[in-house]
Design a protein around this ligand. Structure first.
Ligand code: SF4
Length: 746
């Protein structure tokens, strides 16, 4: 019998509501949910292909355990026992520090990924944690950590109310937005134009978004920090820096920023950025003149040599023009599972470098080490070497620099467990693979993206299709994995213990907090009042009820509960973003610290690069997004790839002619870490001297089970990197704007 079910799409950050058609427990169709309070019916080709992804025949349905060197299907009990034995053997001989954790980007798209990884890391007592953040947005966390005292307090552009939007290194018409969760980004940009607003795009590529802009500026890749500094200079020099009465009392350090910006005149940076000085002045003047404006930077401005400085200067510009924390500017969302607001109080501030990586001495950032350092932490001999890995939804062989080295390093591990639905380039090295069920059989709540959404809403999707008997869901897999690494991998291990522990800890701290709505109450009694059919639903109920819109367990009887949310399957609209300063601040001063010492200390490096003028001889490479792809995830879905290889080296026609390359010719591309070949695609949209290759490809390794992807494997762009190029403040790999050489491939 055919039925429909609602499901929030987990395939990108836009979090659209979908209506799934389900026939005999298979998803046969997906469309946008017109009644969804956040997305109002928007859907893109990826969401529309939800069923094809969900029913991909290459998905693993049973665990795999390595026996006699080969992975073979096993029972769940055998698999968890093998994890307990494998991790136990390594920790018994070498301690917990010999085990690393690798968390991939899909963790922020699943409910389990939002709830269990912190407990997993705590159970292992390891400081070797690597995530996709240091291949992506960590510079923004670091800049916000220093500015606001909280690395997760990230202001997002108030898209629905701004008059002037400046996008830097972002292509939301293709990516559908990132670090700014907004379903129907194309519609929001059209609405901006309809109400007379202006769109400015800063990007070395004339992307689809740049095509739609009122103004497009195309600097040399990786030079955004200098360009933004010059805009700051213009604001001060022309008397345009005016935070306004509401914001000014919350700011400190503006005078120091003015001094730092003194020698970043438009003329000083023009050659380095390859942008005329007058164009930089125009950008600054237009920003200052706009009634309500927001500056926003994304991957092209973060995964670069000066990513943290660029991320910092984005918000310095928002602050100096009075656009930080006001409607139409850059605002802080308030998610339903955030802690209920407390009275403003100074925090401890943000710090990095509490420990360092063993081999290269990279500072810890947000409890993580650079993903670019993963291979060397495994393959460099010596005390403290990583000998085992717990990998959750990560594919560092394709996503981290020097995939071949990572490949070899993983092959040399004593033990590795992967939580992954696919046997891919990374999980093929595992000793145990634990496959989570497809998305339609999983519950969904967006813990991460609700903190980045351009409008406050709350939505929850229970599983749309029941699990097959005896199959654990992803929360249970991660809970049992936690128990297994604690040595409790037996069949009697009760995953509810993991949820109970998290509930007890949260209620313990809340009941002791005089500003909590449950201060002084009995923690066990509160736990007994939780609703929900599963451990993860009980945790969600707890978080919602303790949150800013929650019922506070009776303190606000009309407030939010999970039961109330289940009654509203299209979600609840919590309204537009509201100003949140100073409550959001956790800096020691209680202000927005515009000139935090750690940020200021990196400015001389930028100054030196500008003085040097940059490498103007080499071709430099940048990445790009595609509407029908997301990282390495969807290359095995023929309805999305269309059987065509989109992994082409885009190149300006003049560069191609100079190098003797025609459209479709094979090019050999060489970088610090190795060489690859890819077909050339002539693209006049690119700056001269800049080539573009997308990431997440390179599905040509043996031992995987990716039937469609391996037919059109593409090339792994990260093979061009050796892991040595990092933004030093954040440990983020330089994935955009690095030098390469290109020649005909013989
Ligand atoms: S835009 Fe993103 S969330 Fe929306 S349907 Fe497409 S992939 Fe899913």
């Amino acid at each position: 019998m055919t039925r429909t079910a609602l499901r929030i799409c987990p395939l990108c950050e836009a979090t659209c509501g979908l209506v799934l058609t389900i026939d005999q427990e298979r998803v046969t169709h997906a469309r946008g949910d017109r009644d969804d309070v956040f997305s109002a019916g928007f859907v893109c080709p990826k969401g529309a292909s939800f069923g094809a992804l969900d029913t991909d025949p290459d998905r693993l349905t049973r665990p795999l355990v390595r026996k006699d060197g080969r992975l073979a299907e096993a029972s769940w009990a055998e698999a968890f026992a093998a994890v307990a034995a494998g991790i136990g053997a390594v920790t018994a001989e070498h301690g917990g520090e010999a085990v690393g954790v690798v968390l991939g980007n899909p963790n922020v798209h699943t409910m389990a990924g939002g709830l269990y990884p912190a407990q997993l890391v705590a159970a292992l007592r390891t400081r070797s944690v690597f995530t996709a953040s240091t291949l992506d947005q960590m510079p923004k966390h670091v800049s916000c950590g220093f500015l606001f005292g909280d690395p997760n307090a990230i202001p997002v552009p108030d898209l629905d109310r701004t008059d002037h939007l400046v996008l830097i290194g972002a292509n939301p018409l293709v990516s559908n937005g990132s670090l700014a969760t907004a379903a129907d980004f194309p519609g929001k940009l059209k609405a901006l134009r309809r109400r007379g607003g202006r769109l400015t795009v800063v990007d070395p590529n004339r992307t689809r978004t740049a095509e739609a802009a009122d103004r497009h500026v195309a600097p040399r890749p990786g030079t955004d920090a200098a360009l933004l500094f010059a805009m700051v200079h213009v604001l001060f020099a022309e008397g345009l820096a005016d935070p306004g009465e509401a914001l000014a009392p919350h700011l400190s350090g503006a005078a120091e920023v003015r001094v730092l910006a003194e020698d970043f005149t438009p003329e000083a940076v023009a050659a380095y950025c390859d942008v005329p000085a007058e164009d930089i002045r125009t950008l600054a003047r237009e920003l200052a003149a706009a009634e309500r404006a927001a500056v926003y930077g994304r991957l092209g401005s973060t995964a670069v040599e000066f990513g943290t400085l660029a991320s910092w200067l984005v918000d310095v510009l928002n602050a100096l023009t009075g656009n930080l924390d006001r409607p139409g500017g850059a605002m802080f969302p308030l998610s339903a599972t955030a802690r209920a607001p407390r009275p403003p109080r100074p925090g401890k501030g943000f710090t990095t470098g509490r420990w360092r990586s063993r081999v290269s001495g990279h500072p810890e950032v947000k409890g993580e080490l650079p993903a670019a350092a993963l291979a060397e932490e495994i393959d460099t001999p010596g005390e403290g070497r990583l000998r085992a890995l717990v990998v959750v939804a990560a594919n560092p062989v394709l996503s981290a620099p020097d995939g071949l080295r990572t490949d070899r390093a993983l092959a040399g591990l004593d033990f590795m467990v992967s939580v992954d639905p696919y046997l891919n380039e990374t999980s093929r090295h595992a000793h145990v693979v634990l496959p989570p069920p497809p998305p339609a059989r999983s519950a969904h709540y967006d813990f991460a993206f609700s903190t980045l959404a351009v409008r406050n809403t709350v939505r929850y999707s229970p599983p749309a299709v029941p699990l097959a008997a005896g199959t654990p869901d992803e929360p249970e897999i991660l809970a049992r994995l936690i128990l297994a690494v604690l040595g409790q991998g037996g069949p009697d291990a009760d995953p509810a213990l993991v949820d109970d522990q998290a509930v007890a800890r949260r209620f313990g701290s809340e009941t002791a907090d005089p500003h909590s709505p449950v201060h002084g109450r009995d923690a066990a009694d509160l736990a007994a009042r939780l609703g929900g059919r599963t451990g993860y639903e009980r945790r969600l109920d707890m978080m919602l009820r303790l949150g800013p819109y929650g019922d506070g367990f009776g303190a606000r009887p009309d407030g939010l509960t999970l039961a109330g949310l289940l009654d509203r399957p299209h979600g609840i609209d919590l309204g537009p973003l509201e100003p949140r300063l100073p409550a959001v601040l956790r800096t020691a001063s209680g202000t927005v610290e515009l000139a935090a010492p750690a940020l200021a200390a990196d400015v001389p490096r930028l100054r030196a690069a500008v003085a040097e003028g940059g490498d103007r001889q080499s071709l430099v490479l940048i990445g790009r997004r595609h509407l029908r792809s997301n990282n390495s995830w969807m290359h095995n879905v023929p309805v999305l790839t269309g059987g065509s290889n989109r992994c082409t080296l885009q190149m300006h026609p003049e560069d191609a002619a100079r190098l003797g390359l025609a459209d479709g010719a094979q090019a050999r591309i060489k970088g610090d870490g190795g060489e690859i070949t890819a077909p050339v695609e002539i693209a006049a949209t690119l700056r001269r001297g800049v080539v573009s290759l997308p990431h997440g490809w390179g599905h040509d390794r043996s031992g995987t089970r990716l039937t469609a992807a391996s037919r059109e494997p593409g090339a792994n762009v990260n093979q061009l990197l050796d892991g040595s190029r990092l933004d030093p403040l954040s440990g983020t790999a330089v994935l955009n704007g690095f030098p390469i050489q290109v020649e005909p491939a013989g």
